[in-house]
Ligand binder design. Structure first.
Ligand SMILES: O=S(=O)(CCO)c1ccc(-c2ccc(C3CCCC3)c([C@H]3C[C@H]3c3ccccn3)c2)cc1
Length: 240
């Protein structure tokens, strides 16, 4: 797939998003506000507007027991599971298989009152980031979603307003080695999840309204997704 014309952008955006996901909210540029906290899940946002449109960057940090980062990324990436956990997506279509780990999606999102209905055209790339030099480096899996413009699929021609997104789901897996060489079980697994997203709604909506929708929808979204993965994995062999 390295011959695909989108590949240089996919490579650049994925590596850039991994860099930003790894920055802790403490030492990141700009002020992150904690706007939601539920158990291990902490959600931060920065208030940013472009041409009067809210595009608040979001960073969510979550810790989930009993699954690996590979499993979390697989359920996020693979279109066959999408409609089982994505409550705000009406239809999802794979327009092109760029590679086994890279797909081009066209998604129609459900209308979220009072905003008009949105669609999104984006590539989605899943990658296992090799450990650092030493063996016990972090075991990281990521999925990066990034909007693209395709002349044959122009924005805003039908009923939907085209939104623009850059999303990165980064997962780090930790295994607590069980006593005396016993087999690793799901109880020994901890997955540290960092979810970063910037969504440009593509058309003006009242900032206060959009921020209320973000505040309500993002915690629901990440909780529903992670609970879905835990549920799907619990009686399956571990995928490291
Ligand atoms: O992680 S993904 O790549 C998963 C791919 O399926 C992803 C997640 C979320 C969105 C999305 C799309 C539309 C909206 C807004 C914009 C104006 C009106 C709706 C929002 C804001 C409202 C926030 C939100 C957060 C989570 C779920 C839905 N709604 C988010 C897109 C892609």
């Amino acid at each position: 797939h390295h011959g695909h014309h989108m590949w240089p952008e996919i490579e650049r955006v994925t590596m850039e998003q991994i860099h930003y996901a790894r920055l802790s909210v403490e030492d990141s540029v700009g002020v992150w506000q904690l706007f939601a906290e539920e158990g291990e899940m902490k959600m931060y946002r920065r208030e940013e507007e472009v041409n009067g449109m809210v595009i608040d960057p979001l960073k969510a940090c979550h810790v989930v027991k009993g699954v690996t980062g590979h499993e979390v990324c697989e359920y996020f990436f693979n279109p066959q599971y999408r409609l089982e956990w994505e409550a705000t997506v009406e239809t999802t279509t794979v327009l092109e298989k760029i590679a086994d780990d890279t797909l081009l999606f066209l998604q129609v999102h459900k209308r979220i009152w009072p905003a008009s209905q949105r669609d999104a055209l984006f590539w989605s790339h899943m990658r296992h980031v090799p450990d650092d030099k030493d063996q016990d480096g972090p075991d990281i899996w990521v999925v990066c979603n990034n909007s693209v413009d395709i002349p044959d699929l122009p924005a805003n021609t039908g009923k939907c307003v085209r939104l623009y997104l850059t999303v990165c789901l980064m997962c780090q897996t930790f295994v607590d080695p069980p006593k005396d060489g016993a087999k690793v079980t799901r109880n020994d697994l901890t997955c540290k999840i960092t979810y970063c997203s910037v969504v440009n709604p593509g058309g003006w909506a009242p900032p206060a309204v959009l921020r209320a929708v973000y505040k309500r929808e993002y915690p629901k979204f990440l909780k529903r997704f992670t609970n879905y993965v835990i549920d799907q994995c619990q009686d399956k062999p571990i995928l490291f």
